[in-house]
Design a protein around this ligand. Structure first.
Ligand code: CFM
Ligand code: HCA
Length: 532
């Protein structure tokens, strides 16, 4: 790995090479000390990154999947248009339910508004959305120019909320606000925490009430998780934010356990909800059949109810049997094949489970915008240095809610359950256990991607739409781990089966190697010589 790392950075200018070197390192064996990796820092200007912007993380990722909130982009039309429906999150509003996901709401800011201010236009847009749809809530997102001209979107939200009598809140999530999407997650989650969660006190039926945090229903993942939870006997109060409604968010404080799926995008929400309402949280992972079974067992153990535990075991046994039949059929064809995954802030780790179930080897992996805890484990949180960019993102000060704070378990109960493997507030990072032969790279850039492909020639590469066609032109199949191409769900047990079948097809087809790009057969269309 060290040799390959040298080769990766060899042609970079010295300063760039020095910076990139801190974001590239080998994995470690289980139990070995985990080295520090540089992450959540600015991408080097001029480098082609996989990352997106803060607005994308705020509007596209966190609030976008909520179906009955009108998500209104305040900015030039491109921002709203290009973030329209691209993330493949699904929702089940039923035949008459409100579903605004297919719409793209925008104030369509123009030069005139940039010069004279856009607040009037924003007010008019909120009024128009209200008149046309009478939504329960409207959420406003500012894009880059709004921050530059200083429109006070929060003041507009406040006055319009008073006027219209519905929930209206704003997110100052200008694209440049943070170094990546991750800042946008934080901005959105803070506003949901401030304006929505805990705003409706109702009795929620059910003995075993849970929330699912960090599950966005890409390709229908949340539907599969809902199916499994219901079968086991859990009551899902709210999912943040796949297949969700604003009413679910409002009563989320009624749950007795928070389960966190994508910890990158909201581990701090779980923490804030524990402080404010007394709900403990555990990390779960429903990517991978074994990981799903383990998560369900821990969830059942938390409630300490024998009937729930037995029923959960029965569901796991039944589901794993289906899974095993498919693995037995497919694994002989995928065993020993190799994969690389460079995506997001949690999937590059979660999906290693599914590859391992097929006997495949991970040559390298990395996140786009994760923080050190996602690589090294949650225990490093106190040692993470807060830089100017992180300081830009508001940290809410949360106190126990005077009426609603109710510890679900005593300290002794929590300690006892922890000993049983519940591991409250814990999660492991990606590096530990990847093995010293594997490469870990944060915020991989395009040049490094091409080099890695040349060196390793993996049987499959996982990334996003910007990488897909370039990788395939190099003769290597690419699986999109963001939108799943047209596949999925991949979560839970049925999802695992879908995954095995799709990956089997992809690593065993020879089509990408048979195709030659025109410049590989006929030579380049244009030729030139560089004269210094
Ligand atoms: Fe969490 Fe996500 Fe991801 Fe993420 Fe994303 Fe996504 Fe992703 Mo694309 S919230 S960190 S910001 S799991 S949109 S559903 S696929 S990069 S790995
Ligand atoms: C985002 C959304 C994205 C992009 C996916 C991709 C998603 O980061 O703004 O680059 O293919 O999952 O849709 O991550």
């Amino acid at each position: 790995v060290e040799e390959i790392k040298k080769e990766l950075i060899a042609k970079m200018p010295t300063k760039v090479a020095r910076k990139r070197a801190k974001s590239i390192l080998p994995g470690t064996e289980v139990g070995e000390p985990i080295p520090e990796i540089q992450s959540n820092v600015r991408t080097i200007p001029g480098v082609i990154t996989q990352r997106g912007c803060t607005y994308a993380g705020c509007k596209g990722v966190v609030l976008g999947p909520s179906r009955d909130i009108v998500n209104l982009t305040h900015g030039p039309i491109g921002c709203g248009f290009y973030s329209w429906l691209t993330r493949r999150n699904q929702t089940d509003a039923g035949p008459d339910g409100e579903n605004f996901i297919p719409y793209a709401f925008s104030t369509d800011m123009t030069e005139h508004d940039i010069v004279f201010g856009g607040e009037k236009k924003l007010r008019a847009a909120i009024q128009e959305a209200y008149d046309n749809f009478h939504p329960k809530a409207i959420s406003i997102f500012s894009t880059c120019p709004v921050g530059l001209i200083g429109d006070d979107i929060h003041a507009v939200a406040r006055t319009m909320q008073e006027e219209l009598g519905i929930t209206i809140f704003a997110n100052s999530c200008e694209g440049y606000k943070g170094v990546s999407q991750s800042a946008g997650h934080h901005i959105a989650n803070n506003q949901i925490m401030k304006h929505v969660i805990g705003t409706k006190d109702v009795e929620v039926e059910g003995k075993f009430k849970v929330n699912m945090l960090g599950e966005y229903n890409i390709g229908g993942d949340a539907f599969e998780i809902e199916r499994i939870l219901e079968k086991c006997g859990f009551t899902l109060v709210a999912t943040f934010s796949g297949n969700s409604t604003v009413e679910d968010f409002r009563k989320a404080h009624a749950a007795d356990l928070n389960t966190v799926m994508c910890h990158r995008s909201l581990n701090y929400v779980a923490e804030m909800m524990e402080t404010k309402y007394g709900i403990p949280w555990i990390k779960v992972n429903f990517i991978g059949a074994e990981a799903s079974a383990k998560s369900l067992r821990r969830m059942a153990a938390y409630f300490e109810d024998q009937e729930l535990i037995d029923r959960t075991e029965a569901v796991i046994a039944e589901e794993l049997e289906k899974v095993k039949t498919v693995v037995d059929e497919i694994k002989p064809r995928t065993d020993g094949k190799t994969a690389m995954l460079f995506v997001g802030g949690s999937r590059a780790h979660h999906y290693q489970e599914l590859f391992k179930e097929l006997g495949m080897k991970i040559l390298g992996a990395g996140y786009e915008f994760a923080h050190r805890d996602d690589y090294e484990g949650r225990h490093v949180l106190p040692t993470i240095k807060i830089d100017a960019d992180s300081r830009n993102i508001e940290e809410l000060e949360i106190h126990p809610d005077p009426e609603r704070f109710k510890p679900r378990k005593t300290e002794e109960e929590l300690a006892r359950l922890n000993e049983k493997g519940l591991d409250f507030k814990g999660y492991e990072g990606m590096i530990g256990g990847m093995g010293k032969d594997a490469m870990v790279i944060d915020d991989i850039n395009h040049y490094e991607t091409e080099k890695l492909l040349e060196i390793y020639k993996p049987d499959i590469f996982c990334a996003g739409i910007k990488e897909k066609y370039i990788v395939q032109k190099m003769g290597i199949p690419l699986k999109q781990l963001h939108n799943y191409d047209m596949g999925g769900p991949y979560a839970g047990f049925n999802g695992a089966i879908n995954w095995y079948r799709d990956i089997d097809r992809m690593v065993n087809t020879k089509v990408w190697n048979l195709i030659k790009a025109p410049w590989q057969t006929d030579g380049p269309e244009l030729e030139a010589t560089y004269v210094a």
